[in-house]
Design a protein around this ligand. Structure first.
Ligand code: HEC
Ligand code: HEC
Ligand code: HEC
Ligand code: HEC
Ligand code: HEC
Ligand code: HEC
Length: 296
């Protein structure tokens, strides 16, 4: 009986959605002539207003309700298996189903965001690509440096209403001289992030005294740097010196020769990290929290 009521209310809801927006049409078909007795027209048709992705977005991505009939995402008694299109082992629970690239399981972070957008001016997309997939100056930043990463789609705290939470990870927290902060305002910014300049290396340490070069002062990054998540540093910079000078001056404050070095000199001591034109040679070691000076 309970099953029947669910079944009938499903037909009613699906019918109402279909009636409300049936004249809008987009041609991005998955099944061009999708029409379902249970779900109404277009439920399997990407781009259709009644597409199941849109339905699920409006219902807080509650895919558990689908399993009532599509048992374990297989056909069950329905004749339609989710797995015919959601081909990964986890089926629709795969991490790139609702965000990232639906056709590539290696890209689970936005873009696309949860609204299928790829615009970097939107916070859900922002600078994910430049941190994760197209990072020019450092190694790929892992999700856990900015988020608590769920091991399953149903983990509490994962899908809990927007926006996504930012929680900084071990590297960022332990290396920064003060706690990193994400400010989710209209133009979201980060502050006190190690990678963006919240560092101070002291020349007074025994290790530094023993090095072959005498450092004038404490070396610091641009401690007050507050990069905007939705505005890319690289696109803002007009020259290599500016591009490199956002997180630390060139050379950094307090560095020996501060204000007199040119960008071409770094390569002489930070061997293998940069070249004489200021290109990063070793993305694994630039921004790794260590000195990376000749022979060390
Ligand atoms: C009350 C049982 C029931 C529930 C709950 C249910 N389905 Fe279905 N679904 C069916 C049946 C039966 C069919 C096949 C017959 C048909 O197309 O009407 C079907 C077909 C489909 C199709 C293919 C439609 C087409 O046009 O070819 C898709 C896609 C689908 N379901 C997705 C979902 C999703 C996503 C959910 C959860 C939001 C869901 N279903 C929940 C019973 C159900
Ligand atoms: C006919 C192929 C097909 C079938 C069958 C199908 N899906 Fe999908 N599903 C898709 C496509 C395509 C997308 C859109 C991916 C995108 O937005 O890039 C999608 C998107 C989704 C999303 C993400 C919604 C969003 O955009 O955030 C969920 C969740 C989902 N499907 C669940 C299911 C479940 C559960 C079933 C089975 C009950 C099912 N799908 C059956 C093709 C299908
Ligand atoms: C450098 C920090 C950083 C990294 C690394 C990062 N994210 Fe994010 N992520 C953010 C920020 C900032 C937001 C926007 C939060 C807000 O809405 O204010 C966000 C938002 C999101 C959203 C929400 C999208 C939406 O539509 O609102 C998802 C999903 C997401 N991230 C997934 C991931 C996954 C998965 C990874 C790893 C593969 C990852 N992120 C790595 C910083 C990061
Ligand atoms: C059914 C859709 C769906 C699937 C599948 C899914 N996510 Fe998400 N994910 C979301 C939504 C929606 C958000 C935005 C935050 C919210 O709604 O609370 C999100 C946010 C995130 C975030 C940002 C931090 C947060 O919790 O807000 C990360 C990281 C993330 N997902 C990783 C994953 C991983 C890893 C998997 C696979 C185990 C996964 N997601 C599978 C829908 C999904
Ligand atoms: C996103 C912020 C950021 C940008 C942009 C940046 N750096 Fe760095 N850089 C750092 C941090 C943080 C360190 C501190 C040392 C570490 O963690 O390796 C550093 C250290 C260095 C060092 C010392 C060697 C080392 O690896 O410790 C050199 C040389 C250097 N950067 C050159 C450059 C050049 C050249 C550019 C432009 C192509 C650049 N940096 C752009 C963050 C940045
Ligand atoms: C004459 C050698 C020399 C030159 C040239 C030089 N550095 Fe350094 N640099 C050092 C030494 C030595 C340290 C000390 C490391 C310590 O104390 O831990 C250092 C430390 C740093 C640090 C502190 C972070 C870390 O990795 O320890 C940064 C950032 C840095 N240098 C950037 C630069 C940049 C950018 C240039 C070019 C503009 C440059 N350096 C040119 C020798 C040099």
């Amino acid at each position: 009986m309970k099953y029947l009521i669910t079944y009938l209310s499903f037909i009613l809801i699906a019918g109402l959605i279909a009636a409300g927006c049936s004249e809008i049409k987009k041609d991005l078909p998955v099944q061009p002539s999708s029409s379902s007795v249970v779900h109404g027209p277009g439920f399997a048709q990407f781009g259709h207003p009644n597409f199941h992705g849109n339905y699920l977005k409006k219902n807080n991505w509650d895919i558990k309700q689908c399993q009532g009939c599509h048992t374990n995402y297989n056909a069950g008694g329905t004749g339609t298996s989710c797995r015919s299109c959601h081909t990964q082992q986890a089926g629709p629970e795969a991490c790139n189903t609702c965000h990232g690239d639906f056709s590539n399981p290696n890209y689970i972070a936005p873009p696309e965001d949860t609204n299928d957008s790829t615009r970097t001016a939107l916070r859900g997309v922002g600078a994910h690509s430049s941190h994760l997939y197209t990072n020019q100056i450092g190694k790929a930043v892992v999700c856990s440096e900015c988020h608590t990463v769920p091991t399953s789609v149903f983990q509490p705290g994962h899908i809990d209403g927007r926006p996504a939470e930012v929680n900084f990870g071990t590297f960022t927290v332990s290396k920064s001289i003060s706690a990193p902060v994400y400010n989710p305002s209209e133009n979201p910014t980060c502050a006190n992030v190690y990678c963006h300049g919240n560092f101070a290396f002291s020349r007074d340490s025994a290790a530094a005294q023993n090095r072959y070069i005498y450092l004038e002062n404490q070396i610091t990054g641009n401690i007050t740097n507050t990069p905007t998540w939705t505005e890319l540093i690289v696109s803002r910079a007009t020259s290599q010196v500016l591009k490199c000078g956002t997180c630390h001056d060139m050379p950094p404050k307090g560095h020996v020769g501060h204000g007199t070095f040119t960008i071409s000199s770094c390569a002489g001591c930070h061997i293998g990290i940069v070249d004489e034109q200021g290109n990063i040679l070793d993305k694994e070691r630039h921004i790794n929290g260590a000195a990376n000076v000749r022979g060390q």
